[in-house]
Design a protein around this ligand. Structure first.
Ligand code: HEM
Length: 515
């Protein structure tokens, strides 16, 4: 319904002018309120500078608090024919969303959108000092440079390959153990254990036993932080509510921050003590150092305080752990649902490893194009960040297509809508990895038909590390087991959007050893 709806106009007209009792002041107030309420894009747009109508729902849009916000937005864009750009308001926050590769590229690669809106929970958890939420500027640029060189460089990723293989093998053992014990596997738990240890190894140089001591504390911290960051917080959009903290988010964040400070602070201190004991480390030893060592080496030059370091390290754990787990869980759900695709991937792996003669290694991945196509197809059908995780913020006034976007507007890309659009993908709702065997599609941010890691200056810096991990562990899981549906629960592809797009009901399946 828009302000130009003739039915609405006539009702408003009759209400106002058929009753002589209505004073002109009240009539003016009612007209003003109705005009604001019915403005395309809603209240925040109606009250903004340079109002120029972009199609979008009027009033206040409640769909962002839905666990299927990506689908709600896609449906609205379709019904309003607003694929290129749609405007909406959540409280007093102005949003735009693109569901088209053209405008998506325009937004993501424009430096005007290189900032991110900071949610209250992220601020409270000190993430404004970490890379993902740091304002576009010198501090953020330094963090990107440091992590590109010391954490995400091809050399570092390959040097951690040996840990990934060992962790993958321990997950295979855990699957065997669960099958013997329960006759079924809840894969997410196994993957979570592996992924958290993988990140802990590369960031902290430390492995944890989950379910015991420090491991239990770490699991609790990650779970709580994940929930807090994923929650829709009304205070972010209605400033007055911020005073009340009626969802209790601020209180929980503050409690969590003090626990995180103790936990991560202790690890930093352990590193300091170790470094003092061996002041003159050799260059090759440095190469094997973890990210804490790297940050300590740079601490003075880069003016990083201890709390900055905690924020940077903690963010890596949040960003790096669950995205990988969620992508692998969706991929395995697809393998269970499509046995012929699973068998084809296993035949490809067997051809490279000589069937049971040896285990999968990191160097095999480049010879497994079909397996890589399966991961791409899963990213297309189930992008872990359907609205590209965290949004962008217009730093200054900017033009997108023919539309004026005022500074302070939050911009999003609905990647889920693009990857399910029949104009860009044939049979978009069919899981078909073959499409990526027929056509090479770059998924790292060049081709906005499929950019699950975002694009432009704030593209995901962990994308190569994530893909290296997912490819290897998928190959190990498929090489070792035939995956079947569990006799008591079918695969359920229902979604739930928290911080990432998760399976609503975790995958429970059976794994039969292949050798
Ligand atoms: C399947 C796995 C992953 C997916 C789908 C994913 C997706 C994304 C997306 C969509 C963004 C926003 C990009 C944009 O605004 O254009 C992002 C940002 C980010 N990701 Fe990832 N990510 C994954 C894994 C990782 C890993 C393993 C790490 C680190 C260990 C990581 C660290 C980050 C960081 C630090 C940012 C913020 C970058 C900035 O704002 O400058 N991600 N990721």
């Amino acid at each position: 319904m828009t302000s130009s709806d003739p039915y609405v106009d006539s009702v408003v007209f009759q209400l106002l002018f058929s009753r002589a009792a209505l004073s002109p002041a009240i009539a003016a107030a009612v007209i003003f309120t109705a005009a604001i309420w019915l403005f395309p894009g809603g209240i925040a747009w109606a009250l903004s500078r340079g109002r120029r109508s972009i199609p979008g729902p009027s009033g206040v849009f409640l769909g962002m608090s839905s666990s299927l916000a990506h689908r709600v937005l896609a449906g609205l864009a379709r019904s309003l024919d607003a694929f290129q750009l749609m405007a909406f308001s959540v409280g007093m926050t102005r949003f735009i969303v693109s569901s088209h590769p053209e405008t998506a590229k325009e937004i993501l690669s424009n430096s005007a959108f290189a900032d991110r809106p900071i949610k209250e929970s992220a601020y409270e958890l000190l993430f404004h000092r970490a890379m993902g939420f740091a304002p576009f500027g010198e501090y953020w640029r330094n963090l990107r440079r440091i992590s590109a060189t010391y954490l995400f460089s091809p050399r570092r990723i390959s040097s951690f390959g040996v840990h990934r293989v060992v962790i993958g093998e321990s997950m295979v053992d855990e699957v065997k153990h669960q099958m013997e014990r329960d006759g079924a596997v809840e894969l997410k738990k196994v993957l979570h254990f592996g992924s958290l240890n993988n990140i802990m190894m590369s960031v902290f140089g430390k492995r944890f036993d989950f379910g015991k001591g420090d491991g239990t504390e770490l699991e609790g911290l990650v779970k709580e932080g994940y929930q807090l960051l994923g929650m829709f917080n009304w205070s972010d959009h209605l400033p007055l509510l911020g005073l009340l903290d009626f969802q209790g988010i601020r209180r929980r964040c503050r409690k969590l921050v003090s626990r995180v400070n103790v936990f991560v602070g202790q690890i930093i201190e352990e590193h300091r003590i170790k470094r003092q004991a061996s002041r003159s480390r050799e260059a090759d030893e440095r190469e094997a150092a973890d990210f804490v060592d790297v940050l300590l080496d740079l601490q003075e030059d880069e003016k990083l305080s201890d709390s900055d370091m905690i924020a940077v390290l903690w963010e890596m754990i949040f960003r790096g752990t669950d995205t990988v787990v969620i992508l692998l869980e969706w991929t395995m759900a697809r393998m269970v649902l499509h046995p012929e695709i699973q068998a084809k991937a296993q035949a490809e792996i067997d051809a490279v490893t000589g069937s049971s003669s040896r285990a999968v290694s990191t160097s095999d991945i480049q010879n497994l194009p079909y397996l890589q196509a399966i991961v791409k197809e899963t990213l297309r059908m189930h992008p872990p960040g359907p609205l590209l995780s965290w949004a962008r913020l217009a730093i200054h006034d900017v033009q997108v297509g023919k539309h004026f976007i005022p500074a302070g507007t939050t911009a999003m890309v609905n990647m889920w809508s693009i990857t399910h659009d029949g104009r860009f993908w044939s049979e978009p709702n069919v899981f078909n990895p073959e499409r990526f065997m027929a056509e090479e599609v770059n998924i790292t941010g060049c081709d906005l038909r499929l950019a699950p890691f975002g694009a432009g200056r704030r593209v995901c810096p962990g994308k190569s590390m994530a893909l290296a991990t997912v490819h290897l562990w998928l190959a190990q899981l498929l090489h070792n087991f035939k995956w079947l549906p569990n006799s008591s629960s079918a695969v359920d592809l229902s979604e739930c959007l928290n911080m990432s797009l998760e399976m609503k009901n975790p995958l429970v399946c059976a794994a039969v050893p292949r050798f």
